[in-house]
Design a protein around this ligand. Structure first.
Ligand code: ADP
Ligand code: MG
Length: 675
């Protein structure tokens, strides 16, 4: 067996367990061995029975004198046993584990770990971990016992019983793959030993030193993967040569009703330079909400059109795809560009287009992509790596690839740029178009809620419009039924008791596209005063007259995400406001929210997020397959930098390290879904 052997090949792991394990992303032995404990229970203190205190985690060793099932009054079964050593005896109690009387035979020598409590009038060991004493190392008792992330039907005990033998016996190849120079430089334990140390540590220091190795290893492999991706990309050629009359582009830019900011100009130039080069562009265009990325994309689109090729633009939601469609169609039609829309609900066969805009329906539906030279993806982090790969595969041909432009308003902390995005070139729009006013932001204490509502009412009577965003109920990439219910309830409450004279609209992701459009159009037309919504409005919506953004339970969002929500207002000339209500008034949460008041930039807020809540919060939600670090932290900037340096050194002489190369290849294959 080796690391790539499927778990189902393990003794006593059948289809049912394999399925359960898949829920925690364990498919092969590598996944299982890299399923690290999130903590350890310290049962290393072993005491004679006569000495054991109440309430302290400890281990006893003794002979099982008796074990029996008893029925409680409400029909439940409890198991009572008596265990003795030379110094005395103690009662042991379990609940609802009747099978214990079958597997634990009187007379056997047991090791039991847990706490003693008073049970009735007896000092008893309550629901301890148990293990029959044998010649081999104990794994559930008498030591630091690993506690794992669990899932339904997969307990820590079960995981231990599968992981420990893999490490203690030599049935699996666990060969070192890190270069030796690294091991000695960093004084890391070698692979097999490190696995033993992290799963079955003799003390905390052992676990810690293994943890350091695995964090280093994880980042190193991530860097190597990205660097290789970059290298491969650079060997590709563009699908089409780009020849166009740059005067036409200049004329287009000059025809706009506003002058581009210098950051926009620079970004546009960088993109145009890429487009005329021999290698396909792979560029990330990053700019705060409202910084004007769309127009920069439009310039690229126009260039591709002038080169007589096709363009696809993919957006993560229908609302956003629609909005891009409306904006770009208007902007590009005078130039002769034909634009089509392809989404889940708008799937008419499209033909005769130059630019096709859509959701991920673009990947799955039939669309003619042979002349595609430029792919633009908005908010790429919302798509999986595989989806991006599929789109490339659809448009690319042998050794040729289309140009790639990714746009995001998500501020990217340096560490993320260095790891996940290091294969991309970066264009930054770091200034807003002139004349924008700062959005005044307040964290509003709950006792001022009524006053805040009064204030909103007054502003609306003066002609403003407002968003009220209802809380995320769970951490979830998608809306759940619960959050839809919550937004409906809040909508009714606001409509009936708070703003009975105003016109309120409701928006959530489970509505049909037509209904959504209807509401949004009404809001745009000023027929709705207050739009009550789930965070679906996070991306893209552009309504100039909306000046008030109210966010409920703001403490449940990441700061970067709050910043994006806030960016829905302040799009016109009027002064805009953002009111934040917290679900919990704890000082830490309030303190974090207060950093929104100081009107910091998005990237600054993202750094704060990364430090205080970890990388999963950069995007407010945990992304599928995107930030799947098991052990390393992107908040550890030093380590990110160090591992990147090592990766760069190693990459060019990867052939000198066959085991590392093999591991890297296995990982990369594992990352690309078969279908
Ligand atoms: P985002 O970067 O969030 O996608 P958009 O491209 O939607 O921003 O632009 C936001 C708004 O700013 C749009 O209404 C757009 O027309 C306008 N805009 C873009 N660039 C400029 C500029 N240089 N001067 C004035 N307004 C601009
Ligand atoms: Mg945009």
């Amino acid at each position: 067996m080796d690391l790539n052997t499927p778990v189902s090949k393990l003794f006593m792991v059948g289809a049912i367990y394999a399925k359960r394990l898949e829920k925690i992303e364990i498919k092969n032995l590598k996944d299982l061995l890299y399923h690290f404990p999130h903590r350890y229970e310290d049962y290393s203190l072993t005491l004679p029975i006569a000495w054991i205190p109440i309430g302290k985690p400890l281990t006893i060793k003794g002979r099982l004198l008796s074990i029996r099932n008893y029925f409680t009054r409400n029909g439940k079964k409890i198991q009572k046993a008596v265990v003795a050593d030379k110094t005395g005896q103690i009662e042991v109690v379990w609940f609802n584990q009747p099978f214990l009387t079958r597997i634990l035979k009187t007379g056997t020598e047991l090791s039991l770990s847990g706490k003693a409590e008073w049970f009735g009038r007896q000092k008893s060991l309550i629901t301890p971990e148990y293990e029959i004493v044998t010649a081999s190392l104990p794994i559930h008792t008498g030591r630091l016992v690993p506690i794992y992330p669990e899932t339904y039907g997969v307990s820590s005990k079960w995981l231990r019983s599968k992981i420990a033998p893999l490490i203690l016996k030599s049935a699996v190849e666990l060969d070192e793959f890190l270069p030796r120079f690294l091991l000695s430089k960093k004084q890391f334990p070698p692979f097999k030993k490190a696995l033993r140390q992290i799963h079955l540590p003799q003390n905390q220091a052992e676990a810690e030193s293994a943890r350091k190795r695995f964090a280093f290893e994880e980042l190193l492999l991530t860097h190597l993967e990205a660097l290789r991706r970059k290298k491969t990309w650079q060997t590709k050629k563009t699908s089409f040569p780009f020849k166009f009359d740059s005067k036409k582009i200049t004329a287009f830019i000059q025809s706009l009703p506003f002058e581009l900011t210098s950051a926009q100009k620079k970004a546009a130039q960088e993109i145009l330079a890429d487009l005329t080069g021999a290698k396909p562009m792979n560029r990330l265009l990053q700019g705060d909400v409202g910084s004007g990325k769309t127009i920069v994309a439009a310039v690229a689109i126009y260039a591709a059109f002038l080169a007589q090729t096709h363009i696809a633009l993919m957006a993560p939601t229908e609302i956003l795809a629609n909005q891009h469609y409306q904006t770009l169609k208007k902007l590009l039609k005078p130039l002769g560009i034909k634009t089509a829309l392809l989404t889940g609900t708008n799937k008419k066969n499209q033909s005769g287009w130059d630019l096709i805009i859509g959701t991920h329906a673009l990947i799955y539906r039939k669309a003619e992509f042979r002349k595609l030279s430029l792919i633009i993806i908005d908010e790429q982090h919302r798509f999986g790596v595989e989806q991006r790969a599929k789109l490339i595969a659809k448009a690319g041909r042998k050794n040729k690839a289309p140009h790639f432009l990714t746009m995001t308003a998500t501020p990217i902390p340096r560490t993320v740029a260095l790891t996940l995005y290091q294969d991309l070139d970066l264009s930054l729009i770091d200034e807003l178009p002139p004349g924008r006013k700062k959005i005044k932001t307040w964290v509003v204490p709950d006792k001022k809620r009524t006053a805040a509502y009064d204030w909103i009412r007054q502003r609306i009577q003066k002609g403003d419009q407002a968003f009220i965003i209802c809380p995320l109920i769970e951490e979830s990439a998608f809306e759940t039924l619960t959050s839809v219910k919550a937004v409906k309830t809040e909508f009714l409450r606001l409509k009936k008791t708070v703003f009975p004279r105003l016109s309120l609209g409701l928006l959530h992701g489970r509505m049909k596209t037509k209904e959504k459009d209807l509401v949004l159009n009404k809001f745009k037309a000023g027929k709705i005063d207050i739009l009550v919504s789930t965070p679906v409005v996070e991306v893209g919506i552009d309504i100039e007259n909306a000046t008030i953004m109210t966010i409920e339970a703001a403490d449940r969002f990441g700061l970067a995400q709050l910043h994006q929500l806030r960016g829905r207002v302040g799009r016109g000339k009027k002064q805009s406001y953002c009111l934040l209500f917290a679900a919990q008034a704890n000082p830490e949460a309030i303190g974090r929210l207060k950093s929104m008041e100081k009107n910091l930039t998005g990237s600054k807020l993202a750094e704060i997020d990364l430090k205080s809540r970890g990388p999963g919060e950069i995007y407010g939600i945990k992304q599928h397959g995107f930030l799947k670090f098991k052990i390393a932290s992107l908040a550890d900037f030093e380590l990110v930098k160090e591992t990147q340096k090592e990766a760069q050194k190693i990459l060019d002489r990867l052939n000198q390290y066959p085991p590392l190369k093999k591991r890297l290849e296995a990982d990369t294959i594992g990352n690309i879904e078969p279908n």
